[in-house]
Design a protein around this ligand. Structure first.
Ligand code: CTP
Length: 397
């Protein structure tokens, strides 16, 4: 399955480094060639000789970098590969990558590469949960770095929780997905995101606090799994992801038109915070403070984009996913919304100001399907996106 593929495997310094040796074996079993790069700390856990013997390739490390530079420079080393894999990827390696450091062979190779990078983080629970690591993770996923794990369990340090490196076979699956363009290859998915702006007059508008961060992360995660994504976005605070078709709109009506034009699709994910109302009448001129009389604004209801796609009959995408932004009784309201709108899944979240979710970097969602409600722990919006994208891939398989 990986025949002819060349993988540059950077082995960081962590107790999980011993699993990297098994990973080399598993990758080679599938036909890949593996070039190991040991960080200085990595050499404390596995010897260059064992990595080299298993890979049947020369091992690169800082210890030998002067001679290696004569044979193959770090630029060729990084470009010669089809994929760069970091396993185990320590908190320090993540920080170096996020900061753009290039002070040793591994970090220099990572800076010089034009290939995709997959990291398998492994560290103590508290180090993983540390805000600095989570910040670095968000930066890295934002840069398009692929992540597998960490998983939850007993750790070598005696603690319990997330931080264990993914098992070699899980890493192999992530490598295959990355190299085969992922399980969503050939699928078209429409994603709506951001707020909409509804003009009051030529200079004023009605809006909401949506930053577009969650919808953007979902579009990025779907594209990372190989989907062709049409990203219909209102005026969002965050930039759209790379590698998707971006359609910029302002109003709910424009968003509906753009979504309709983008169909057919295999799935639709409606993460936009669409304004429920627009002005009943278009005001061609700025409303003036005429003699102190207060203006009376009359509203008309906007079209419901999610409901109209979910109930669209023949051309309906096989999977329609909506969001429910609630401030109380999240599961009850989300469940009712799923039935009312006719969508397959609802991703419900509590957007009360004290949760910090709207406009923030984290989300705590409950996925509501015909199988019931599944509460996910609070996590980064990128992680919510990755998990949702994986579920979508599973559902469309
Ligand atoms: N939605 C939509 N078009 C609208 C309103 C909402 O596509 N005009 C979609 C959103 O993108 C989201 C879902 O419907 O996926 C639910 O949005 P939400 O604001 O939670 O619900 P509303 O339908 O606006 O209902 P309410 O404000 O009464 O909670």
């Amino acid at each position: 399955m990986l025949g002819g593929k060349r993988i540059l495997l950077i082995i960081g310094g962590g107790i999980a480094a011993f699993k990297a040796l098994d990973l080399i074996r598993r990758l080679r079993e599938r036909g890949a060639s593996v070039v190991p790069v040991l960080t200085r700390a990595g050499t404390e856990f596995v010897t260059p000789l064992s990595a080299s013997a298993l890979a049947a390739e020369k091992v690169y490390s800082d210890l030998f970098d002067l001679t290696d530079e004569a044979e193959m420079g770090h630029i060729e080393l990084s470009r010669d590969a089809d994929l760069l894999v970091l396993a185990p990827c320590t908190a320090d390696l993540m920080a170096k990558m996020a900061g753009g450091h290039a002070d040793d062979l591994a970090s220099t190779v990572l800076m010089a590469t034009d290939k995709r990078v997959l990291i398998a983080p492994a560290m103590n629970v508290r180090m993983w949960q540390h805000p600095a690591t989570q910040r670095n993770l968000a930066t890295l996923t934002g840069d398009g770095v692929l992540v597998v794990g960490p998983t939850e369990g007993d750790m070598a340090c005696g603690e319990y929780g997330p931080g264990r490196m993914a098992e070699p076979l899980e890493i192999v699956a992530a490598v295959e997905a990355a190299l085969m363009d992922g399980p969503l290859k050939g699928r078209h998915i429409v994603v709506t995101s951001g707020p909409t702006h509804e003009p009051i007059d030529p200079v004023r508008y009605i809006a909401n606090r949506s930053s577009g961060a969650q919808g953007t992360a979902i579009a990025r995660a779907l594209a990372a799994l190989g989907a062709q994504v049409t990203f219909v976005t209102g005026p969002a605070a965050v930039p759209p992801p790379e590698g998707v078709t971006v359609v910029r709109v302002e109003t709910a009506q424009q968003m509906l038109d753009a979504v309709t034009a983008a169909l057919p699709a295999d799935a639709g994910v409606f993460a936009a915070a669409v304004a429920d109302w627009r002005m009943a009448e278009k005001r061609p001129q700025k409303i003036k403070k005429d003699g102190g009389a207060l203006p009376v604004l009359e509203f008309a209801e906007n079209p419901d984009i999610l409901a109209s796609v979910a109930q669209s009959g023949d051309g309906r995408p096989a999977l329609v996913v909506g969001f429910a932004a609630e401030t109380e009784d999240v599961v009850a309201h989300g469940t009712a919304k799923r039935a009312r709108k006719g969508c397959d899944w609802i991703v419900a979240n509590d957007v009360s100001p004290e949760t910090g979710i709207m406009g923030g970097t984290e989300n705590a969602v409950t996925l509501i399907t015909d199988a019931g409600a599944e509460a996910w722990p609070r996590m980064g919006k990128d992680q919510v996106a990755a998990r949702l994208a994986a579920k979508i891939a599973e559902a469309l398989a």
